[in-house]
Design a protein around this ligand. Structure first.
Ligand SMILES: [Mg+2]
Length: 490
């Protein structure tokens, strides 16, 4: 038995207790669930799920197939030059959450304060120098909110800049970059607005013509979804599914992952829900599908287990099930379509699936990143102190440090992705994506299987990160400089 000294006295801890929660005191890893807000799982009775990229995870080969097929549509259907077909898919060129300037044909990363991150603007496949970006945007890196696509990332009339939030949009961004690159490098005059529209349509046709559904069936391997569902039902939890995908597609995927009786796990199954409108409009009533997937005409007065429903809306869902407030936890990968309204309007708890955490936590845990970042922080602190000294020698040192700081910033960015860096951070700030992740999700994780690492009465406590006025000043971080220097001493 050992004891912890607390302010109220001593508290005993049973021997052999594992007091280290998964990942908490070790390096970050992709099996951990991260909390933006405190969530006690013992208060959650009902678990809801999106389907694509939530219950079903797809490999990156899907991106290549979407890209190749959309590229063929551009050439065959929209009569784009055949030589665009020579551009192969470039894995890891684009990342999720980027913005695209439709009129200028530029792909870029924007931070939580609506500023473009210098060094992350691409015209086609080539970076645009910062000076040119400033010129293009009237002497500022700031992109006004009214130029941005709508709240759900949709482009209606007017917006000049679209944010790509969907995991499926990575091949779309790559095709846009490739087509822009082709026209630019061959000096062919074209209208970037037409290009944007045609690429969107070409990608849309991949979905419409059902190609994607066919590939996905071949792509689904062994998945832990089965274990997660078994565990939740075994603990008496109620489960439901709300997806925009059609029943035949979900049925095949779930049968593959979970088995023929997958519907037994769910109390309510809703397909083609038309999220995010499902969460905001109360116009469309629920319709029932029969066993063959044919629409039935009767009025829906209850949502019954074993049945399949189409469309509907959340207001009817709440009325018919009574599943309200924080006893419901909904999992989805799309911050806007899946989670935003639930968080802002309806008070369900929300869990974001962010597969990119797998790669990003590996980078953040690597020694090289820790050393570079510590030195970058220390150097910034030193610059903050030195700036008040105006003599030529100090000025010279300051300029050298500034140059080194720039190099360190590029180095840390490139560890994530050479073009756009981390999806969560710009050099100084959270990204536009990251701010919305913390705003719309209570918890977030790389995949649903992370849930298997936690007891179903576990409480997720967010780490108390200091606000700016609570944080130590840079100059108080001397100890980190000293420890870094002692580490690198021979
Ligand atoms: Mg999804």
């Amino acid at each position: 038995m050992f004891y912890l000294k607390l302010s109220h006295g001593f508290s005993s801890i049973p021997p052999g207790s594992d007091l280290i929660p998964p990942g908490a005191c070790k390096s970050l890893n992709s099996t951990v669930i991260y909390a933006n807000n405190e969530v006690n799982l013992s208060e959650v009775d009902i678990y809801g799920f999106d389907y694509d990229y939530t219950l079903a995870q797809y490999s990156s080969t899907l991106n290549t197939l979407i890209y190749n097929t959309a590229r063929s549509f551009l050439v065959e259907h929209f009569k784009y030059p055949k030589d665009i077909g020579k551009y192969d898919y470039i894995p890891n060129f684009a990342v999720r959450g980027l913005h695209y300037d439709i009129q200028k044909g530029l792909l870029m990363k924007i931070d939580a304060f609506h500023y473009i991150e210098p060094g992350t603007v691409y015209r086609g496949l080539s970076p645009v120098p910062d000076e040119e970006v400033l010129q293009l945007y009237g002497g500022t890196f700031h992109v006004p909110l009214q130029q941005d696509s709508g709240f759900y990332g949709k482009v209606r009339s007017g917006p000049k800049v679209k944010q790509f939030m969907d995991i499926f949009s990575i091949p779309e961004m790559t095709l846009l970059a490739v087509a822009n690159d082709f026209f630019n490098t061959n000096d062919i005059d074209y209208d970037p607005v037409h290009l944007f529209k045609d690429v969107s349509e070409a990608i849309g046709m991949v979905h419409l013509k059902g190609f994607m559904y066919k590939w996905v069936m071949q792509d689904l391997g062994e998945k832990p979804t089965d274990s997660v569902l078994h565990r939740l039902v075994g603990h008496g939890k109620k489960l439901f599914l709300i997806t925009n995908s059609p029943f035949s597609f979900v049925d095949k995927g779930m049968t593959h992952m979970v088995g023929q009786n997958w519907r037994d796990f769910f109390d309510v199954v809703i397909v083609q829900a038309d999220k995010p409108h499902f969460f905001t409009d109360c116009i469309k009533p629920f319709r029932r599908l029969d066993g063959n997937g044919d629409l039935q005409w009767e009025k829906i007065n209850s949502l019954d287990k074993g049945q399949i429903y189409k469309q509907g809306n959340l207001f009817d869902f709440l009325r018919l099930t009574g599943w309200r407030g924080s006893k419901v936890l909904y999992f989805g990968d799309h911050l806007y379509s899946d989670l935003a309204d639930l968080m802002l309007r309806h008070g369900w708890r929300t869990a974001a699936i962010v597969p990119e955490l797998d790669h990003e936590t590996k980078v953040v845990s690597a020694h090289q990143y820790a050393v570079t970042l510590t030195w970058l922080q220390a150097l910034t602190g030193l610059m903050e102190r030195l700036q008040v000294h105006r003599d030529p020698r100090s000025k010279k040192v300051f300029d050298e440090w500034q140059k080194e700081r720039e190099e360190l910033r590029v180095m840390t960015k490139n560890l994530f992705n050479p073009q756009f860096g981390s999806i969560f951070r710009t050099c100084h700030n959270p990204t536009y994506f990251s701010r919305r992740l913390s705003r719309f999700s209570d918890i977030y994780m790389a995949s649903l299987s992370c849930l298997l690492n936690y007891d179903l009465s576990y409480t997720f406590y967010p780490r108390r990160t200091p606000l700016q006025h609570e944080a130590p000043l840079w100059m108080d971080q001397q100890h980190s400089i000293q420890s870094l220097m002692s580490q690198s001493a021979p």
